[in-house]
Write a protein that binds this ligand. Structure first.
Ligand code: ZN
Ligand code: ZN
Length: 356
């Protein structure tokens, strides 16, 4: 599998007329080579590929890295690449402009003064949009774990409990059920704090009559889940019910509209128009969703500003929300696999308004 991915990169290199490609993003290195550590460098040439890392990862890289010659070094990875003449006879070399620092760029220019460096963006990222069966299986496993965690955690939430205690419970259960880690910092936002779409959990206590947004996910063999449910504690005012139903309807309408080939901005518009017709348009302050895979946020973006199209085989989130200052917020998020005729919803945590 990883050899095929490197072959894909070589094809792209030929199209761009470059002799080598420097991959410095750890996520892209993982995608291409299988290496799951946090420090490495991959340089792909037309006939060979090298992978460099430090001695901490000697054993791990031996078991994980495929399709590359490995070099373990205690010196700087770019200096080691120069010492081993990895770019000898290369005239044009591509690098990832979004993942290389200015200092590293200057270092490359100095170490390889005869080379012309070509900035690129989103080359490997574009390969990751379509998931293969194995990737879908890993994401599905991660989603199933998060579904199970939700079912458990709603039985533990009580008035008086701190948001941080709920977040700790979610992290603990993720690991208990076989995940490696949370895929991002768990969001637990109760009452007025729900108006902050990306509120971290705090020591605030959950009170009767509040909505609580739970946005969480885990990784399974590196692949992420991303799930949001909003639950109520004690009671819900009429206004809260209206908002909840509006978000749920917008989310379902969007899920039903998913089709391979459609523009992602048109999908975003389905949810946005629903919320606007209920009077909540201006309170939906973020985009509808994002791709999901080795990273929690991948391509495509499902946003008003995106020029991308939905592709069969990609996994995306559908997550409309309404955020009203001082009142709070509601967000509902599922993960779906885009199919030729629609989508398969991977998450199955219940979406009827739960009042604990
Ligand atoms: Zn989320
Ligand atoms: Zn998300």
């Amino acid at each position: 599998m990883d050899r095929q991915r490197i072959a894909l990169l070589r094809r792209e290199m030929r199209n761009r007329g470059v002799d080598a490609f420097i991959v410095s993003s750890v996520h892209n290195i993982r995608y291409l080579t299988g290496f799951s550590g946090s420090h490495g460098l991959c340089i792909v040439r037309s006939k060979n590929a090298v992978f460099l890392t430090d001695p901490r990862y000697k054993l791990q890289s031996k078991s994980e890295v495929r399709g590359c010659t490995r070099f373990i070094t205690t010196t700087d990875l770019f200096e080691e690449a120069a010492r081993r003449k990895v770019l000898s006879r290369c005239r044009r070399v591509a690098f990832e402009s979004l993942h290389l620092t200015y200092a590293q760029y200057r270092q490359l220019r100095k170490l390889f003064s005869a080379v012309s460096f070509e900035p690129t963006s989103d080359v490997v990222e574009n390969f990751t949009v379509v998931k293969n069966a194995e990737e879908v299986a890993r994401i599905t496993e991660a989603v199933e774990i998060s579904d199970r965690v939700f079912a458990d955690v709603v039985n533990k939430i009580r008035p008086g409990m701190k948001e941080l205690d709920v977040a700790a419970e979610i992290s603990y259960l993720h690991r208990r059920y076989g995940a490696e880690q949370d895929s991002f910092e768990t969001i637990v936002a109760s009452g007025p704090r729900g108006a902050l779409p990306h509120a971290r959990a705090t020591s605030k206590r959950i009170r009767n009559g509040e909505f609580v947004i739970l946005d969480f996910g885990c990784t399974k063999q590196g692949y992420s889940s991303d799930l949001t449910r909003t639950i109520a504690v004690g009671s819900v005012p009429q206004r809260g019910r209206r908002i909840y139903n509006s978000v749920l309807n917008a989310q379902q309408a969007a899920i039903e509209s998913v089709r391979a080939g459609m523009r992602t901005k048109d999908l975003d518009a389905v949810a946005r128009q629903r919320l606007a017709s209920d009077g909540y348009g201006k309170y939906f302050v973020h985009s509808l969703g994002h791709g999901l895979g080795l990273q929690i946020h991948e391509k495509p973006r499902i946003s008003r500003l995106s020029k991308e199209h939905l592709v069969e085989g990609s996994v995306v989130t559908i997550e409309p929300g309404v955020y009203i200052p001082e009142f709070g917020g509601v967000r509902i998020e599922d993960d779906v696999l885009v199919t030729e005729t629609g989508c398969r919803v991977l998450s199955s945590a219940p979406k009827n308004l739960m009042i604990l």
